[in-house]
Design a protein around this ligand. Structure first.
Ligand code: PNS
Length: 165
């Protein structure tokens, strides 16, 4: 039987509890789940790709069928190389839908054999995004409960490194 591998792509700058919830859900229904971090997406990410991969590995280490990788170029090319059956994306609210639908249909046009599967994170995480986490953190707000504890620590260190602004 071919294994059912799914790619969960994104920038994960940084991983939030919403992402982690989706990884756990995906890992329950697919044989293998690869969290794939896009290289060079944002010009000025808060965390380097290596830092993001390291954090992702730490927070997923208890999930035996989950691994972390990076990719560049087209997602469908990477998914094809990994012999993935599907791409996993999270939908938090209707506002995500339009962009996600466009991406899913474009990816299907490029590679009809690979399906995009949407899953919803737990309701309690629907308002969390990496962008808002960074914004809150930069302005000294509390991110507890929004990101895994090790990400919170890394955010603290990052802030200390840039002079605790
Ligand atoms: O979580 P994000 O940051 O919204 O992830 C976006 C991502 C990485 C899934 C998307 O930008 C992507 O797949 N980029 C790779 C380039 C590509 O394949 N573009 C065409 C998508 S239709």
């Amino acid at each position: 039987m071919p294994r059912n591998l799914v790619i969960y792509p994104g920038s994960f700058d940084p991983i939030t509890n919403g992402h982690l919830d989706l990884v756990e859900r995906g890992a329950r229904i697919f044989d293998e789940l690869v969290v794939a971090v896009l290289l060079n997406m944002e010009k000025e990410p808060l965390f380097t790709v290596n830092e993001r991969v390291e954090m992702l590995r730490q927070v997923t280490q208890t999930l035996p069928n989950v691994s972390v990788d990076t990719f560049s170029g087209l997602l469908v090319d990477y998914a094809r190389r990994r012999q993935a059956r599907a791409i996993l994306r999270g939908i938090r609210a209707i506002s995500d839908y339009e962009y996600e639908l466009q991406m899913a249909l474009m990816n299907r046009k490029l590679e009809p054999e690979i399906e995009t599967v949407f899953m919803m994170p737990a309701e309690s995480y629907t308002y969390i995004s990496s962008r808002l986490v960074k914004e809150i953190f930069r302005h000294g707000g509390v991110v507890k409960g929004l990101v895994p504890p090790i990400v919170e620590e890394r955010l603290q260190r990052k802030l200390a490194a840039v002079g605790g602004q």
